[in-house]
Write a protein that binds this ligand. Structure first.
Ligand SMILES: Cc1cc2nc3c(=O)[nH]c(=O)nc-3n(C[C@H](O)[C@H](O)[C@H](O)COP(=O)(O)OP(=O)(O)OC[C@H]3O[C@@H](n4cnc5c(N)ncnc54)[C@H](O)[C@@H]3O)c2cc1C
Length: 386
């Protein structure tokens, strides 16, 4: 279908299906209990496959190219709507299963992700294995048709809300990286104990996860036994690329320029009235654009068969920096209205963006810290000695 015709189809469909009560409310937070409007929107959008537009239709996607995917994203933003299909299943596990999963695994696990029905969590980090992830100790014992998992994970984001977990386990103690396997297991079984870690703000975005004789089916071993390290690295590349591509999600799709225009006004020439803020916003917009263009180039190279994996480390650091600078600029442009935590004096959007600004600080840690990305860039891309 021609691009214009597809755009019209998407626009009309959104106008018919997006509940007006949700306009401008942005993507729900990970722990938000979804009201009827949000649930209806997720069900309708999930059924189109447009939540994961480039996934094959056999696995719940829409089988579209990146150009059509971009049109869908643009039309959602224009309608002050959002893509309700997201989470770790979409950005991390899905692309990994598409590459490494068996046909059975793809048919079983991908469609529920595409419909937004199953929430996944990431069981990688352990108390003694963060940056040095390959030190992980959580054991998986071979019991014929299944594995029994014992050990502890930490910083497991939203494990308390998750249905399933993709997890790194030790299946051979004689090798470090070469003794790690990648398994999937059902979080809703006895033996999985989740303790939310409460932060000073009162939130509990992540958990300690204890595994005692937890069952993972052999069918849910992804890749070869002891071959999990390469798959984990690939998944982390997807995570890092997704993090670097998140720059325009602030404040429910409202642009930094719009926010600044509203906050500081325009001069006689129709430009932002504060020249210093204007210059820094332009700089940030250029950096954001550079990240977007580089992401598009890396995606095009990947389609042409060139695996540029380690570039995701550059993109993660550059994307996170642009995102954090942008969050600072939004808060600065808003002035006192950008520093509200609660109360009637602040709009819902203002309360959301101050939380996004603070949460943005964690972005240089998860998915591997800035320093760890710099190490990968030094070793894998620049060829410097370790
Ligand atoms: C908000 C948030 C959500 C998270 N969600 C998840 C999740 O869902 N699942 C999951 O498995 N994990 C999750 N994590 C964990 C995250 O991946 C780790 O925090 C991260 O990899 C760093 O590990 P660590 O906390 O053990 O810190 P450490 O590894 O102890 O690092 C401490 C400091 O030392 C630096 N450092 C360490 N090694 C080196 C080195 N070789 N060279 C230079 N500097 C170094 C680090 O950069 C860091 O500044 C999450 C973390 C955060 C903050």
């Amino acid at each position: 279908m021609a691009a214009d015709a597809f755009r019209t189809q998407v626009r009309d469909w959104i106008a018919d299906h997006f509940p007006t009560a949700l306009a401008g409310r942005g993507v729900p937070t990970d722990d938000e209990i979804l009201d009827d409007d949000r649930l209806a929107w997720r069900a309708a959008f999930g059924a189109t496959g447009w939540g994961v537009p480039t996934w094959p239709t056999a696995y719940g996607g829409a089988g579209l190219g990146r150009a059509e995917a971009r049109i869908i994203a643009q039309e959602l933003t224009a309608a002050h709507a959002y893509n309700p299909i997201g989470g770790m299943g979409v950005i991390m596990l899905g692309p990994t299963l598409l590459e490494y999963g068996t046909e059975l695994q793809k048919l079983r696990h991908l469609p529920p992700i595409a419909r937004g029905e199953i929430r996944w969590c990431q069981g990688f980090s352990e108390p003694g294995a963060g940056s040095d992830l390959a030190s992980l100790q959580c054991r998986a014992e071979d019991r014929g048709d299944h594995f029994l998992l014992n050990g502890q994970k930490i910083w497991t984001s939203y494990a308390d809300l998750a249905d399933w977990c993709f997890c790194l386990v030790r299946t051979d103690t004689s090798k470090k990286q070469g003794g790690i396997s990648f398994v999937l297991f059902d979080m809703r079984q006895s033996g999985v104990e989740v303790r939310p870690i409460r932060l000073i703000s009162g939130d509990s975005p992540f958990c300690e996860t204890f595994l005692s004789d937890v069952r993972a089916e052999k069918d849910d071993l992804v890749g070869d036994l002891n071959g999990g390290w390469g798959i984990a690295k690939r998944l982390l590349q997807h995570e890092r690329s997704a993090i670097s591509d998140s720059g325009d999600i602030m404040a429910g799709g409202v642009s930094l320029v719009e926010i600044a225009r509203e906050a500081v006004g325009l001069d006689d020439d129709g430009r932002l009235a504060d020249p210093d803020l204007r210059a820094r916003i332009i700089q940030n917009e250029m950096e954001q654009k550079l990240v977007e263009l580089t992401l598009a180039r890396v995606a095009a190279e990947a389609r042409a068969g060139h695996v540029g994996g380690s570039a995701s480390s550059i993109l993660k650091n550059a994307g996170v920096r642009a995102f954090q600078d942008r969050a600072e600029l939004i808060v600065e442009a808003k002035g006192l209205q950008g520093l509200g935590w609660e109360g009637d004096g602040f709009s819902e959007q203002e309360l959301t963006l101050v939380r996004e600004w603070l949460h943005g600080k964690a972005w240089s840690i998860f998915g591997g810290s800035d320093e760890v990305q710099n190490n990968i860039i030094a070793k894998q891309i620049l060829g410097l000695p370790s």
